[in-house]
Design a protein around this ligand. Structure first.
Ligand SMILES: *[C@@H]1O[C@H](CO)[C@@H](O)[C@H](O)[C@H]1NC(C)=O
Ligand SMILES: *[C@@H]1O[C@H](CO)[C@@H](O)[C@H](O)[C@H]1NC(C)=O
Ligand SMILES: *[C@@H]1O[C@H](CO)[C@@H](O)[C@H](O)[C@H]1NC(C)=O
Length: 363
């Protein structure tokens, strides 16, 4: 896999400030230009994303994209914490908003705000092809190798250069993914192993085997919402309006308003990005600390299979794919669904993420 260099320009659109409990937090939307030079499978439906292919079935994607992100940091921080960044990677059909949903009780659901409260910075990005990030005309350019390389390039760059004037480069970058966003980080760890520029990985809503429930229907985005997405390549997909499988089956476990917000703010993803999630069944040689956090009521990963009940057995299965990891832990958040951040128990997983970041960053 060829990895190119990252250009260094950042465009700051504007700066806004929000007050979170006692702490004040400044958030800046920005674009990070990344240069990606990778080999992708010619067949965008290749479930192993080219990892098992010979050269004749691969093609090169060499391009520069603008990756959108929202960078939030506490206004006052001890220097040790100031050197740590959490790179937040949403799941399929979500955007960076997953980490700070603007619904009524948004303070309860915003991990960006929760982090600020705990003195930690976040950069929540939109995937390549999604939200405000560059969207290649041809959806088959948006595959696991391209999406994962964009994440690595952001992390590499932010350890060398400042994200904003007055902010020093980061010493430690912890990758926190959700669902297929976790799978993208997992893919980067497979491809780059010990060179992967993250100092720890927290992979939420992601196990090595996925069982998508039939109620999550994926269709070409242009058929689902012709007004918004009518001009897109049919290889960009989204869901229909039933997104209940992302929540616990118990309707009292989450706000009905969250479902409305969720459908209203849903975005697209490429069909390859859905198709290539089975790469999480492959072994990685990543050497940093790793944790997986999954909800016991996750209807995609746990409920149908029952395999989240025996945490020791689940840990043994998952850990087998990370033989070189410095540490490996599976946390089953009792009562949480697939979208751990969006139900009434969100604060539980948030506390777990903070504990793991402290541990991984040596705080
Ligand atoms: C490369 O892979 C393709 C598709 O799997 C196969 O048809 C072809 O024979 C392979 N070529 C070589 C040289 O192995
Ligand atoms: C997208 O790119 C692939 C690979 O270059 C090509 O085979 C395909 O025809 C392209 N699709 C469109 C709609 O341009
Ligand atoms: C949100 O937080 C407020 C204040 O801590 C609390 O009163 C409320 O019950 C929380 N709501 C939910 C849905 O967790």
């Amino acid at each position: 896999m060829l990895l190119g260099t990252l250009s260094v320009l950042f465009h700051v659109l504007c700066i806004y400030v929000h007050v979170v409990s006692a702490a004040t937090c400044s958030c800046s939307p920005l674009f990070v230009p990344v240069h990606v030079d990778v080999l992708v499978p010619k067949d965008p439906m290749d479930v192993f994303a080219g990892l098992k292919s010979n050269l004749s079935s691969l093609r090169r994607v060499d391009d520069t994209y603008d990756i959108y992100g929202v960078f939030c940091r506490p206004d006052t921080m001890p220097p040790k914490k100031a050197g740590v960044l959490q790179l937040l990677v949403h799941g399929l059909t979500y955007t960076s908003q997953y980490w700070s949903p603007p619904v009524e009780e948004f303070r309860n659901y915003s991990y960006a705000a929760f982090s600020c409260d705990h003195g930690l910075s976040t950069l929540a990005i939109d995937w390549l092809g999604v939200g405000l990030s560059s969207r290649p005309i041809n959806a088959s350019d948006v595959q696991f190798p391209t999406g994962a390389a964009a994440l690595s390039q952001i992390a590499r760059h932010l350890k060398k250069s400042s994200i904003l004037p007055g902010v020093s480069p980061f010493r430690k970058i912890i990758g926190i993914g959700h669902s297929v966003g976790s799978s993208l980080l997992n893919f980067g760890a497979i491809v780059e192993g010990a060179r992967f520029p993250f100092d720890g990985l927290i992979l939420t809503g992601s196990l090595s085997v996925m069982v998508p429930p039939p109620s999550i229907v994926r269709l070409s985005a242009r058929d689902v919402d012709p007004l918004r997405w009518g001009a897109l390549d049919p290889g960009y997909i989204t869901t229909t309006s039933d997104r209940t499988a992302f929540y616990p089956a118990n309707p009292n476990a989450f706000s009905p308003r969250m479902l409305i917000f969720d459908d209203f703010t849903k975005d697209v993803g490429s069909v390859s990005t859905f198709q290539q999630a089975p790469t999480t069944t492959l072994t990685t040689r990543y050497t940093g600390p790793v944790s997986k956090v999954v909800g016991s009521e996750d209807q995609i990963l746990c409920v149908q299979t029952g395999r989240c009940a025996d945490i020791a057995a689940l840990t043994a299965t998952e850990q087998g794919l990370w033989p070189a990891a410095q540490s490996f832990e599976v946390v089953v958040a009792q009562g949480s669904g697939h979208d751990l951040n969006l139900d009434f128990l969100a604060q539980g997983p948030f506390n777990t993420f903070i504990r793991l970041v402290y541990q991984f960053a040596g705080l």
